[in-house]
Design a protein around this ligand. Structure first.
Ligand code: KG4
Ligand code: ZN
Length: 359
């Protein structure tokens, strides 16, 4: 079964074709990726300091068809080979989601194949199963720490389709805190990676930023105060630092910010591992690319005896492969394929949508 995946929830247009044959033959899941194409709008939104929804939708419209052709060409397949279309139904920007949804629904109807709406975060949290060696993938049940520009959640994943929310941010997502701190430090959007690189040149001990909700007794997070603490330090600095010292000041402040954010993420994740008694942890979403977080989580995992898994590096940020793959896993659970019906309504998107309802 060949599944086309379409991702358009924010500022990346991603398409991919996934063949389920390796899954059915118990071979590494990564072998099923037949073709993929991605266009990032980052440079288009850069000057605005964030994603401009209307521009995002228009660009998805412009890119989606050429990217489909590119993906089919890479896979050496034609439209008729597609058995099902999986698309990101939510959460995300309404207009951007509508482009992917309308495109997927129309294509599926014209091919007389099923269309399947996928939760964006489900795509992220299942993507570590796409490892290219089957012994290097997480086993159910596992805990997932989803850290992106829009989400910070700890989730218990019992199996495909069974997700229990353990904790989440009560205000800003950690990626958002990285991006806002980046902007305060003079970087463009999105600036998470730039803050991380600046922090690598900084030293600890100069600033002691708050660790929000570290001892709250639950698995929730809060990151908005951390960004305010960075702003307060910057305000103090303005007058008395000379130009040379200002560079070290920025680096040390970035260091303190990353240290505080990472220590809260590691501490709450450790509690989630203890609480669920899971052996495997999945780190997914754009912030999972962060070097400091990876290093700290690895050393904590060694200490506590759990294993950490990541999506393949190129699949950490938004992409079509994770949507095709999540669709494929869901369809395999529901086979045979011809019993599936179309998702009704081409405009059925869910800009706000919880993957798991309860904590
Ligand atoms: O998952 P993603 O591509 O998009 C969604 O938000 O769904 O995540 C993007 C986020 C941005 O906030 C970006 O600044 C952050 O991930 N990010 C990083 C790093 N790379 C990307 N944050 C910290 N360190 C990084 N290396
Ligand atoms: Zn994402």
């Amino acid at each position: 079964m060949i599944v086309l995946g379409i991702e358009t929830s924010c500022d990346e247009t991603g398409l991919a074709l996934y063949d389920t044959a390796p899954l059915e033959g118990n071979r590494p899941a990564a072998l099923g990726i037949m073709g993929q194409a991605l266009h990032s709008q980052i440079t288009m939104h850069h000057d605005y300091g964030g994603v401009v929804p209307e521009l995002a939708s228009r660009d998805h419209i412009r890119r989606i068809l050429p990217l489909l052709e590119q993906t089919l060409g890479q896979a050496k397949l034609d439209l008729k080979s597609i058995d099902a279309v999986a698309y990101t139904q939510g959460p995300g920007l309404a207009g951007a989601l509508l482009v992917g949804s309308a495109f997927a629904q129309s294509l599926a109807q014209s091919l007389n194949k099923p269309a399947l709406g996928i939760h964006h975060l489900e795509g992220h949290l299942l993507s570590p199963l796409l490892g290219d060696e089957s012994d290097k993938v997480p086993h159910f049940p596992f805990v997932a720490l989803l850290v992106s520009g829009g989400h910070t959640q700890l989730m218990l994943v019992s199996e495909v389709g069974q997700y229990q929310l353990l904790g989440e941010t009560l205000d800003d997502a950690v990626g958002e805190a990285f991006d806002k701190t980046a902007s305060l430090l003079g970087f463009g959007y999105p600036g998470g990676a730039a803050v991380s690189q600046l922090a690598a040149q900084g030293k600890g001990g100069r600033f002691n930023l708050p660790r929000p909700m570290l001892h709250s007794g639950d698995l929730d997070f809060s990151f908005s105060g951390l960004k305010t603490a960075v702003l307060n330090q910057l305000k103090k600095q303005v007058d008395f630092e000379s130009a040379g010292a200002a560079e070290a000041f920025r680096a040390d402040l970035a260091f303190a910010f990353v240290e505080a954010a990472v220590s809260v993420l590691v501490s709450k994740t450790t509690k989630a591992m203890q609480h669920t008694a899971c052996q495997d942890l999945v780190l997914a979403g754009g912030v999972a690319a962060n070097t400091q977080l990876r290093k700290a989580m690895k050393s904590q995992a060694q200490k506590m005896g759990f294993q950490v898994f990541y999506p393949p590096q190129e699949l950490c940020t938004d992409n079509g492969v994770m949507i095709a793959f999540a669709g494929a896993l869901r369809l395999l659970k529901q086979s045979p394929l011809d019993t599936l019906t179309h998702v009704p309504g081409a405009f059925d998107v869910k800009p706000r949508w919880s993957l798991a309802q309860q904590k």
